[in-house]
Every structure is written in structure tokens, then in C-alpha cells.
Design a protein. Structure first.
Length: 421
């Protein structure tokens, strides 16, 4: 193939080159003598003697490839934050792939409390993350139920949350809807059919960066081996939120599980059978991870950023810019316009959509709206359970119902958290 001097042709040639590289690398990773370029790179990194067997057919991976992990907890604003990354044209985003692992483990062993089970589950989580970061999506087939046939599945969890999985080359059916600005969630399940994981792996390789959101890893320390893996350039965005807001949001989203809490909220009296353990461990894990980050251990240098959801909600564009700077990516205009559309309720959205995980709402107004939705008695109990977490992350406690409802004073300390360097 000849590339002419014309800029346009150069561009076309370059992009064909990238695609060829992507497909070539994928082929290598499936059948090559070196088990994939990442493997070769790692060998080379560790011991140059390993280089020669890999020379044949080995294309080096661009060192600029970034592996982003949005590390969060349920109802902490992670869907919204994930969408900030999903909007970038160079990012391959996956929404909670660990769901499938947890499902597979939960049915094979009744309890995960046992230390061995927990260790095995965390190991499986890390294995899946590593394989996804190297764009080997077929590794997920081990966990997806029902088992994919010919690398095709209709059961990929929240596939429509990933723009890459709803657009070419993975899906060719929704060009019209996509260009008219409708959110993927509305049309993707109808128009895209079952997911071809081979195509998804190719799409992953053709995008320069990978971002994964998870709420299933308990502590940042559980990710240590991934931060130390020479094949990865991991950037952890640790998203936290006021646990009082998390609880209020869970009460609405998982209404059935929170019946006792709602009775408590309505009556002001704590029922005997209310389960405090879930929110307590959320607080414990959040504080343990933030404390680890604040200690700035060697293995987190350059790899950890603490983000409070409230800061993102109060100041979406600035905070998103910080996040993009931390992961080393340019903030594109399409990210900016997505922010404008999704953080301001007075900007009309392209179509009305009502979704449990909806990210479209007025972010400023909702960040502290829990203060009008939780009874003071619950708030006081939570403040006792999560005292250390609130202190560490800069969430002020209230001493009375009046103080709780007085929205003229924010309960979020105006703190800035710098990336761990
Ligand atoms: C796990 O078991 C439950 C009930 O026994 C079932 O409804 C569910 O589909 C199973 N999940 C998986 C991933 O097999
Ligand atoms: C999935 O995509 C690959 C790559 O384009 C193709 O070779 C394969 O036939 C597809 N699988 C199915 C079942 O359509
Ligand atoms: C929201 O959009 C409206 C209408 O475009 C604009 O007047 C207002 O300033 C915006 N608010 C924020 C906080 O950006
Ligand atoms: C808690 O009770 C208040 C009324 O006191 C109500 O407005 C609010 O919706 C309730 N919150 C939840 C999460 O059910
Ligand atoms: C909360 O923690 C702070 C600092 O760790 C401590 O001074 C305070 O006594 C604690 N309050 C409660 C109610 O436990």
C-alpha cells in the first residue's frame, strides 16, 4: 500500500495501520507463539534474553496505553462518573464486568464470608481485570451464564452502558439513533442484537485506552498486584461519597431490601431487624482505601486519585478536567457537551428517559438532597457508625434535625485531594 503525501491519505493510511495492528495483535494474543504482545512486553521488561523468541510477529504495544479503574461503591455516583470516561472516543469502557464473576461464585458456594472463598473471589476478580485490560474479552466467557456460543452472548451485563459495545464495528445497527444523540441505553438492546466478543476484543484494541468501573472490589489494597504488574499502566480513580447520601440513594434504588430502613425513616424508631452491617462495611472499606491512599505507598505513586462525588457534582467540568489530567487523556468536546447535558436539568435532554441508573439530572441539586430525605434519627446512627469515614473524607456531622435540613450550609468541607505522586 502506498501512502501519498496528502494529509488526508496519510490519515487514512495511519488509521488502517492502527486497525491492522489491532487485528494482528489480537490474532497474536489468540494463537501467537508469544501468547500476545503484552506477555512479550513483560518478558522483555524483566529479562532481555526473552526478546528473541518474541521478535517474530511481535508488535510492541504503545506505552501510552492507559488502564483506568473506576473504583467505587454502590450508589456513590459511579454510573455518572463512568459515563464521563465512556464519552471519550479513545476509551473502551466496561460497566462492572465483575458482576459475572460474582454471580458464578455466588451460586457455587453459598457463603462468601469464608476467608478462602473471599481470597479466591478476589483472585478471580483480578484475573478478569487483567485479561480485560489486555482486551481479551473471551476470558469473560468463563463466567457469563448462559455460556456464550461461538463467542456470542446476549447476557453481557449492562452492555448498553458501553458506547464501544453499541457502535461499529461491534454494532452496525444503530447509526441513526446514535448520531441523533439518543442515549445508547434506549436503542442499543433493540438494535444491536447479541454481542460478538471477538468483535468486542477488536474494538477494544482499536481504541487506545481501557476504562473499567467496578463496585465489587472491597479495598484498594486488594488491587495491589495489578498496580505492580509491568504489563499494565493502572490509574485508579477512587470515587467516594457521603455515606449518608449513599444510604438514602440505596433506600430508593433497592426499595425491597431496605423495607426496615424505610419504616425507621417514617416512624423515627429503629426496628429491631434492621441490617446495619452493609453500610458499616461500606464505610469501613471506603475509609481503609482512602487511608491507604493518604499514606502514599510506593505501589500507588502516580496511580491513585481520590474523588468525592460531591465535588464532581458541584463543579462537574473542573473536576472532570482534573480526572482527565490524572489519567493522562485530553478532555474532548464531546465529553464537555455530555457534561453540560447531564448535569443541568434546565437543558432539555434529547429524549425523555427514565432509568434506574439514570445519570441525567441536576447534579448540584441532588448531591445533598439526602438531607431532606433522611430522618435525623437515622442520620445520627449513621454518624456514629461511620464517624471515622466522615472525618477522614471531610463530611461534616449534624447535631440536630434543624441543622440537617438547613440547606444554606453545605456539609461538604471545601477540601482538595491531590493525586498520589
Ligand atoms: C443462581 O441461582 C439462582 C437461584 O438458584 C438463579 O435464579 C440464578 O439465575 C443463578 N445465577 C447464575 C449466574 O447461574
Ligand atoms: C464474530 O466476529 C468475528 C470477527 O468479525 C467473525 O469472524 C465471526 O464469524 C463472528 N461470529 C459470529 C457467530 O457471527
Ligand atoms: C443550565 O442551563 C441553563 C440554560 O441553558 C443556563 O441558563 C444555566 O446557567 C445552566 N446552569 C448551570 C449551572 O450551568
Ligand atoms: C423518609 O421520610 C421522609 C418524611 O419524613 C420522606 O420525605 C422521605 O421520602 C423518606 N425517605 C426515604 C428514602 O424513604
Ligand atoms: C469521631 O471521631 C473523632 C476523630 O476521630 C473523635 O474526636 C470523636 O470523638 C468521634 N465521635 C464519635 C461520636 O465517636
Amino acid at each position: 500500500m502506498e501512502c501519498s503525501w496528502k494529509a488526508v491519505l496519510l490519515l487514512v493510511c495511519a488509521s488502517l495501520g492502527v486497525q491492522y495492528t489491532a487485528i494482528r495483535t489480537l490474532k497474536d494474543s489468540l494463537s501467537g507463539p508469544c501468547q500476545g504482545a503484552f506477555h512479550c512486553q513483560a518478558r522483555q521488561h524483566r529479562d532481555s534474553r526473552w526478546r528473541s523468541p518474541c521478535d517474530d510477529g511481535w508488535l510492541p504495544i504503545k506505552s501510552s496505553r492507559t488502564h483506568i479503574l473506576l473504583f467505587a461503591t454502590t450508589r456513590s455516583g459511579s454510573s455518572f462518573t463512568g459515563q464521563l470516561l465512556n464519552q471519550h472516543s479513545g476509551v473502551f469502557y466496561v460497566f462492572e464486568p465483575l458482576y459475572h464473576v460474582q454471580q458464578a461464585f455466588t451460586n457455587s458456594s453459598s457463603r462468601l464470608r469464608h476467608a478462602m472463598d473471599r481470597r479466591a473471589l478476589l483472585g478471580a476478580y483480578r484475573d478478569l481485570l487483567l485479561n480485560l485490560y489486555t482486551c481479551d474479552l473471551s476470558f469473560m466467557e468463563n463466567y457469563i451464564r448462559p455460556e456464550p456460543q461461538d463467542h456470542v452472548t446476549g447476557a453481557f451485563f449492562r452492555r448498553s452502558s458501553s458506547h464501544a459495545l453499541c457502535s461499529a464495528p461491534v454494532c452496525l445497527g444503530g447509526e441513526e439513533e446514535s448520531s441523533s444523540g439518543q442515549p445508547d441505553e434506549i436503542w442499543c438492546p433493540k438494535k444491536c442484537g447479541a454481542l460478538n466478543l471477538t468483535l468486542a476484543s477488536m474494538s477494544c484494541l482499536s481504541r487506545g485506552h481501557m476504562a473499567i468501573k467496578t463496585v465489587r472490589v472491597p479495598e484498594v489494597a486488594d488491587l495491589r498486584t495489578l498496580t505492580e504488574d509491568p504489563r499494565l499502566d493502572l490509574r485508579i480513580i477512587h470515587l467516594v461519597r457521603d455515606p449518608r447520601a449513599i444510604l438514602a440513594s440505596r433506600m430508593v434504588a433497592f426499595s425491597d431490601q431496605f423495607r426496615a430502613w424505610k419504616i425507621w425513616n417514617a416512624t423515627g424508631r429503629q426496628p429491631r431487624y434492621v441490617d446495619l452491617s452493609q453500610i458499616t462495611s461500606t464505610c469501613k472499606d471506603m475509609a481503609a482505601s482512602a487511608a491507604t491512599g493518604l499514606r502514599k505507598p510506593m505501589w500507588l505513586r502516580g496511580r491513585y486519585l481520590l474523588v468525592r462525588y460531591e465535588d464532581l457534582a458541584f463543579n462537574p467540568e473542573d473536576k472532570a478536567t482534573e480526572i482527565y489530567r490524572f489519567v493522562g487523556l485530553e478532555m474532548e468536546d464531546r465529553v464537555r457537551s455530555w457534561i453540560a447535558q447531564n448535569t443541568n436539568s434546565s437543558v432539555s435532554s434529547p429524549s425523555e428517559w427514565n432509568y434506574r441508573y439514570s445519570t441525567s439530572r441536576d447534579s448540584r441539586a441532588t448531591a445533598e438532597s439526602w438531607r431532606l430525605r433522611l430522618g435525623f434519627d437515622i442520620v445520627r446512627t449513621l454518624q456514629n457508625l461511620c464517624n471515622d469515614t466522615l472525618v477522614l473524607l471531610g463530611y461534616k456531622q449534624v447535631q440536630s434535625a434543624a441543622e440537617l435540613r438547613d440547606m444554606s450550609h453545605s456539609l461538604v468541607e471545601p477540601w482538595t485531594f491531590q493525586p498520589v505522586l
